[in-house]
Design a protein around this ligand. Structure first.
Ligand SMILES: Cc1cc2nc3c(=O)[nH]c(=O)nc-3n(C[C@H](O)[C@H](O)[C@H](O)COP(=O)(O)OP(=O)(O)OC[C@H]3O[C@@H](n4cnc5c(N)ncnc54)[C@H](O)[C@@H]3O)c2cc1C
Length: 466
């Protein structure tokens, strides 16, 4: 934290920062500080909504080049002032919040595209680049980043690198850690370092992957080289409705086990199928909605699609056809925005959890049971959105329709759900470490999924589309 603004020390530090970033790159006005005190994490949203005083930074700096970032870090290091990097402020876990006050280092002015290498199929750019702007620039050159997260319009590349983010087509094209070739990073001491230019080598530990996922704790990523891809000739989708999540999971697992290369597979549990799929796609059914897509040469896409459909049909699902698959792709971002997304005063938290196929359903049911048993006012829902040959990622949420009116009590309740007491069934044999970001979870092999009917039993109230 900086000394108060009427202290001469504040003026000293301020003038050093001003020299480092120039008058365009420094802000101390209340609106700027307030704007950098809230991201997409429910806790500050609720706190602001209930007129509680937020934790603001003392200064916001917006450097427009790496040298300026290095100068800021040197100043902060010498005065021992905390620095929190800030990209688009769209993170859902509060990683960019200035919980210790001090300096917010906003990267958005560092958004230049430096090179598109059409021989190696890579792009080098600054990390403050908005992901949608980047995709448009790459598409203009005839390629694609294949990075299509639901926050594409509001997030930066730096934010994605810092939290190991995932786009819709990650099952084929990888998460951000698979897309990155190399990084330029400014360390907390203000040193500028470059990781090796290629992601595969025999030269010791992989420094690039050390910084990816470090949430800004090990340095500020300033430049990145990413892979880009040719625009595919064809991209097709198909959807099925399975009688329950278990048979849909078997189909998804078998597609991956057959080593087909879907660009996307997404499986919604009973409650999300009953509510979200109904609201966004207009399909009013009980069961588990599964959609997948392939892209590439038309001939290959047709072949892979036919194989994947044949695998699904072994589980006797209702065939919703290509139309309901394409509709999902066309509306893929809608799921995350009003009026389909949860909204205040509802409380909601997101738990990305990765597990092997042998464990993933047990994890789902153990988490659901733990949340809903310990917190009867909460509902647990989820979908499976990134698939590997060996398992998949469960994107689960807890929702409380009516959290306590008192902000302190609401905060206490919300916080306790992240770390609830083990439920009697899970306690005896579980070592579950679900966390706010991707984590590997193991669960008891003895825990069988409940019967089909319970998968759609408790449904959160998802806002109705107006
Ligand atoms: C509607 C919506 C949909 C979303 N959909 C997705 C999705 O599909 N997939 C997904 O993965 N996430 C999704 N998210 C979450 C969020 O968009 C991602 O976490 C995103 O990567 C955050 O990027 P940002 O630029 O907003 O980062 P911020 O929120 O500003 O920061 C996130 C973290 O990164 C650090 N950081 C930022 N820039 C740097 C840098 N240059 N160097 C070092 N550290 C840095 C911050 O300190 C913080 O810890 C969604 C969010 C919203 C609001």
């Amino acid at each position: 934290m900086l000394p108060s603004p009427d202290n001469y020390m504040f003026r000293m530090i301020y003038s050093e920062l001003l020299d480092a970033v120039g008058p365009e790159g420094i802000r101390v006005d209340d609106s700027e500080k307030l704007g950098h005190s809230i991201d997409y994490y429910w806790m500050p949203e609720m706190w602001h909504d209930r007129n509680q005083p937020p934790r603001t930074p003392d200064v916001v700096v917006l450097p427009d080049n790496t040298q300026a970032v290095a100068k800021v870090m040197k100043i902060a290091n010498s005065y021992k002032i905390p620095v929190t990097p800030w990209g688009g402020g769209s993170g859902s876990q509060g990683g960019a919040l200035p919980v210790y006050g001090g300096i917010i280092l906003d990267t958005k002015r560092m958004n230049r595209i430096l090179e598109i290498d059409t021989e190696s199929l890579t792009i080098t750019c600054e990390t403050g680049a908005n992901t949608q702007q980047l995709e448009w620039a790459v598409e203009k050159a005839g390629y694609s980043t294949m990075h299509f997260p639901a926050s594409i319009a509001c997030a930066t590349l730096g934010g994605f690198l810092a939290h190991r983010g995932t786009g819709v087509l990650s099952t084929k094209y990888g998460k951000i850690e698979d897309m990155v070739m190399s990084l330029e990073v400014v360390t907390p001491e203000g040193e500028i370092i470059n990781t090796l230019p290629v992601p595969r080598h025999a030269s010791g530990p992989d420094l690039t992957q050390l910084f990816v996922g470090s949430e800004g704790t090990l340095g500020v990523m300033t430049k990145v080289t990413l892979k880009i891809h040719p625009i595919p000739e064809a991209r097709e989708f198909h959807a099925f409705l399975f009688k329950d999540m278990h048979s849909a999971m078997a189909a998804g697992r078998n597609i991956m086990a057959s080593r087909l290369r879907p660009a996307v597979i997404r499986l919604y549990d009973g409650p999300e199928t009953a509510k979200l799929i109904k609201k966004v796609l207009g399909i009013e059914r009980q069961g588990a909605y599964l959609v997948f897509g392939f892209d590439g040469d038309k001939e290959m896409v047709d072949l892979e699609m036919a194989r994947a459909c044949a695998i699904c049909r072994q589980e006797n699902p209702e065939d919703l056809g290509t139309e309901m698959g394409k509709a999902w792709w066309d509306h893929r971002y809608k799921f995350f925005y009003p009026p389909y997304m949860f909204q205040l005063p509802q409380a909601f938290g997101t738990l990305d959890t990765v597990a092997t196929f042998a464990n993933i359903e047990k994890v789902y049911w153990a988490m659901k049971q733990t949340v809903e048993t310990n917190f009867p006012q909460a509902t647990y829902i989820g979908h499976f959105s990134h698939w590997y040959e060996w398992g998949c990622m469960l994107y689960a949420r807890f929702i409380i329709d009516q959290p306590p009116a008192d902000p302190g009590e609401a905060a206490n309740l919300y916080n306790r759900i992240w770390d609830p007491p083990p439920s009697p069934t899970a306690a005896s044999s579980t070592s579950t470490t679900a966390s706010a970001s991707s984590s590997v979870v193991s669960c008891p092999s003895s825990m069988a999924p409940p019967s089909t009917s319970s998968s759609a039993s408790s449904e959160p109230s998802i806002p109705t589309a107006s």
